[in-house]
Design a protein around this ligand. Sequence first.
Ligand code: ASP
Ligand code: MG
Length: 438
Amino acid sequence: MKVLKFGGTSVGSAQRMQEVAKLITDGERKIVVLSAMSGTTNTLVEISDYLYKKNPEGANEIINKLEVKYKQHVNELFTTAEYKQKGLDLIKSHFDYLRSFTKDLFTLFEDKVVLAQGELISTNMVNYYLQECGVKSVLLPALEFMRTDKNAEPDPVYIKDKLKNQLDLHPDAEIYITQGFICRNSYGEIDNLQRGGSDYTASLIGAAVKASEIQIWTDIDGMHNNDPRVVDKTEPVRHLHFEEAAELAYFGAKILHPTCIQPAKYANIPVRLLNTMDPTAPGTMISNDTEKGRIKAVAAKDNITAIKIKSGRMLLAYGFLRKVFEIFESYQTSIDMICTSEVGVSVSIDNVKHLNEIVDDLKKYGTVTVDKDMCIICVVGDLEWENVGFEARALDAMRDIPVRMISFGGSNYNISFLIKECDKKKALQALSDSLFNI
Ligand code: ASP
Ligand code: MG
């Protein structure tokens, strides 16, 4: 069985929902994971914000506006009076529920309940629409099987077990629709898998049912070998190893949420990225297969800060790096790139919230220099160390660009450069020209 996930824009209007319905009704049994309609989760966050701030009027105004929009969607989506009514009843019940929060105490628990409404509504709408079209579709309530444990990590044993129970209730169904993103925590309270978490849901479900494939449908044409907004020509990447996809996902390749990769990788289930706007295009396949000796893509991440700590004391010392890293840990700041020499270490960070405190603390251990407005350029592909010549090709492309740090050997799939943000375009173009010859 396949698991298909459609993101917010793919279900962002009545028409888009109808197109999704067409796409998924090919007679094959499948599980379909849906996000909330695009923009809805953001609006729910805004509603929560007003409620936290004890401004029920502010919240009500947004709730009512959103309800009007949903009533329009329902009118456009359904054709029969019966289903239009079902749709309107659905909308009313969820929005009445949202309005009920404006009267009571508002805590983190209620916040999560508010955020869950987007997926609950979108899945019900699509399920009703499929039923109106005569398709054997049922809802699998995610809150009955998607659960995190005491460490807030998904609990695969529970998920597998409870999901099976839910599927067994409907042996004749053709399509199982379920909510992405939402779950229960170990206390049974409503929770979620963090923003953008629907991909994670799809991957966890795929692993739980041993799916033959997990498909992530968005409105973009698969993964590209470079950033189409920055360089002249890019080409879609047809195949990536899970590790290559993980490197790219960190670099904001928006197409796939980083958390989605691990469950699919461990269960060895291929993930295919497909485009709802161009459903017959081959998209990008992500699996445990490596294409030997190929560089696949380059990507960039802006707003990086480099910090260098230079110290004679580091020479032949042990424990120096630990002390340095502990400072970053104490300010909950994660380090991305690291380069070391015998007398110094440079690291890069993307979260500068505690930069001043970090620099202050680091000064105990050496001379500290900070470079702001930097950018990481990451080259992804089969960069196993025994392959000869690939690092040289990437380095050669960067010959006219001042490079602050180079990192190679951290994984078999990546070489990263830290450069100035203002050199990003030039670097990406040069890498495209020399690595992909386009
Ligand atoms: N609706 C949620 C969000 O906007 C989850 C998702 O779309 O993946 O973050
Ligand atoms: Mg989304």
